[in-house]
Design a protein. Structure first.
Ligand code: XIL
Length: 455
């Protein structure tokens, strides 16, 4: 019994001592001390819009209480105390600099650092560390054995301006981005509208630029009146024939090539023919008929079949070659849309498109080239790392194209001039930088990649 009491006392003793000690602290000490937290150094930097050699540094340190901030501009001088507002710092010498913001309070210091690359040949400070290309080679001259194409619009060729100047300087072939499709050229029953198409074709002819026709039949640019055609199947076929013959005849001698049918293959299992209105009304044979009519209208025009995911999806590639084989002499070439990513598809799969086309003795059009640098939408700007990977992919694609035999070459068409103009922003709903020129018309590393691929 005695032991049990002692045991109980021992059990509560620590708690008792704790209460005593807490109580004594309250009595003995002065003011309560709240430890000071470190503040987190942070800054934003941008390039002055009026002077490409001036960096704007904005101290965005997070924290409360007293602290001091000082800058190390990475130029070897002493630290500079941060002043209220934006710091403007000139970088006149080429090189790589580490800009640091050092923030200190009584709890210690924190640092934020960013790298700045200055390259006078690229025009000053390189945005996001990505220096533009300073390549003086001109694409269309460097690619001596095939056309280097790009897209255009009637508004651009009509208004001239810097965009069109660049197009003329660097490219030897043009494709209409959307005005030479059925919904534009045959907008209603019995009516054709070739205003925009004429402007583009005439611009090409007047400037000695090759014109590639794109695209006579495409499910995505089929006007509603055709989708809801009211006549019989036989009347539908007459209408399609009339459209193809009228259009191809109009541009006879002016247009070197046409994509007669675009994207006829479904992405689903087994890659069957897409169930377009043309297939529904005219049967699976509709493709052959379209090529026949185009061939009769202009026997000198090169006829292409154009589709996407030719490299990334071997089953779709096989379906495409099956169609092409079934067309025999009615077809001259394969148009492989190259809407690809900086890291996909593999070189081997891109090579397989070239090999399959060459082994059939057909011409190859690497059409619609753009290379996404932000396919997963996890980048807010084009980083130097991505820009270089994109450059390498441009080089890879061009090298594969440039290595095919001369008789199989036709054109490599890039789908857009400047990053801010790409159709991919709308298509995927987020930002990307898939082309070779920046918004300010400067050349990206991707341009170097293109030239590199030619060597
Ligand atoms: C796109 C154009 O870039 C867009 O401006 C237009 O709104 C829709 O068509 N495959 C093709 C091209 O064959 O014609 C498409 O062009 C892109 C996908």
């Amino acid at each position: 019994m005695k032991f049990k009491n002692l045991f109980n006392i021992l059990k509560v003793l620590p708690l008792f001592l704790l209460i005593i000690s807490c109580g004594s602290e309250e009595v003995n000490d002065g003011p309560i001390i709240i430890p000071v937290a470190k503040v987190q150094a942070a800054f934003n930097m941008s390039i002055s819009s009026t002077d490409p050699n001036v960096l704007l540094l904005d101290n965005r340190t997070v924290g409360t209480g007293d602290f001091t901030s000082k800058w190390d501009f990475g130029k070897g001088g002493s630290f500079v105390l941060d002043q209220p507002g934006i710091e403007e710092v000139r970088y006149d010498t080429d090189g790589t600099f580490s800009v640091r913001l050092i923030v200190e309070n009584s709890a210690g210091l924190t640092v934020d650092a960013k790298t700045v690359i200055v390259d006078s040949k690229s025009g000053g400070i390189c945005p996001n560390g990505v220096c533009g290309s300073t390549n003086s080679s001109i694409l269309k001259d460097a690619a001596a054995t095939f056309f280097v194409g790009n897209i255009t619009r009637s508004s651009r060729v009509n208004s001239g301006g810097k965009h069109t100047e660049l197009l003329k300087t660097y490219f030897s072939s043009i494709t209409s981005e959307y005005e030479m499709k059925m919904d534009r050229m045959h907008p209603s029953e019995g009516n054709f509208d070739f205003t925009a198409a004429d402007a583009i074709v005439n611009f090409g002819v007047e400037n000695g630029i090759n014109v590639h026709g794109h695209a006579l039949i495409w499910h995505n640019a089929t006007p509603d009146w055709v989708k809801n055609f009211s006549g019989s199947d036989a009347e539908f076929e007459v209408m399609v024939k009339n459209y193809i013959v009228t259009t191809v005849t109009r541009y006879k001698g002016k247009i070197a090539s046409w994509d007669v049918v675009n994207e006829a293959i479904d992405d689903g299992s087994g890659n069957p023919l897409r169930n377009s209105i043309f297939k529904q009304k005219m049967g699976d044979d509709y493709i052959k008929k379209c090529y026949q009519w185009a061939r009769e209208a202009d026997p000198d025009c090169l006829l292409f079949y154009n589709d996407y995911n030719m490299a990334s999806t071997p089953s779709k590639r096989a379906a495409m070659f099956k169609i092409v084989d079934s067309l025999g002499d009615l077809i001259d070439g394969v148009g492989a849309q190259m809407h690809i990513n900086y890291n996909f598809p593999s070189k081997a799969n891109i090579q397989a498109v070239a090999d399959g086309t060459v082994s059939r003795g057909l011409k190859l059009h690497f059409a619609e080239l753009d290379i996404r640098a932000n396919p997963d939408n996890n980048q807010t700007s084009l980083t130097a790392e991505r820009a270089n990977l994109q450059k390498a992919k441009f080089a890879e694609v061009v090298k594969i194209y440039n290595s095919i035999p001369l008789e199989n070459k036709y054109a490599l068409t890039v789908w857009g001039l400047r990053d801010n103009e790409t159709w991919l922003t709308d298509f995927w709903g987020h930002i990307d930088w898939p082309l070779m020129f920046n918004e300010d018309y400067s050349k990206k590393p991707a341009y170097d990649g293109f030239i590199e691929g030619l060597q």
